[in-house]
Design a protein around this ligand. Sequence first.
Ligand SMILES: C[S@@+](CC[C@H](N)C(=O)[O-])C[C@H]1O[C@@H](n2cnc3c(N)ncnc32)[C@H](O)[C@@H]1O
Length: 179
Amino acid sequence: MFVEVAYRDQDTPCYIMKMSLLTRTTEEFSSTEYWEHFFKKRGEKAFDWYGDYNKLCGMLLKYIKPRDKILVGGCGNSELSEQLYDVSYRHLTNIDISETVVNHMNQKNAKLHQDLTFQKVDATQTPYEDGSYQVTLDKGTLDAVASQEEGVLAGRMLAECLRAESVIGFMAQLRVVAN
Ligand SMILES: C[S@@+](CC[C@H](N)C(=O)[O-])C[C@H]1O[C@@H](n2cnc3c(N)ncnc32)[C@H](O)[C@@H]1O
């Protein structure tokens, strides 16, 4: 299943992100260096791209079951996984290409969400076994990797999601689409 949700409101990052954190070329959005710089410079304050739990929970809780194993690609410092955990989703694996944000999220959650894991893993090349997740959840990461010319990385990321998902898996893609 493929779900696409677009938000173009006051939460859209370009309205509230400092210009110094935006890229010079769209292709930079797919580079590890850019995201390392982004999280170091922006600091540890949580930020949810394209919409937060309150906006998305209706759709997410409808399709995803608490017992599902969920792979969250490019989690950043979004609070979505913590909030899903708090409403009894306990099998979340969060991955991101930025070591800085992964370390921060592990430290932040060490006490309150002990079994919520954050791993430095490239979503275009993951170590997970075939069919090991019922759900792959992505909010904004496909957009980031799709900025690379010819969409090679985006193709790899989608292939990885499909490979890691079980046959009856559910892929939730949350992206910005043109009006
Ligand atoms: C637009 S942000 C979205 C963050 C978060 N999902 C949210 O909704 O707030 C894109 C995230 O993808 C991560 N990212 C970019 N390329 C990646 C890759 N190849 N593998 C894993 N994460 C990646 C970045 O570090 C960043 O945290």
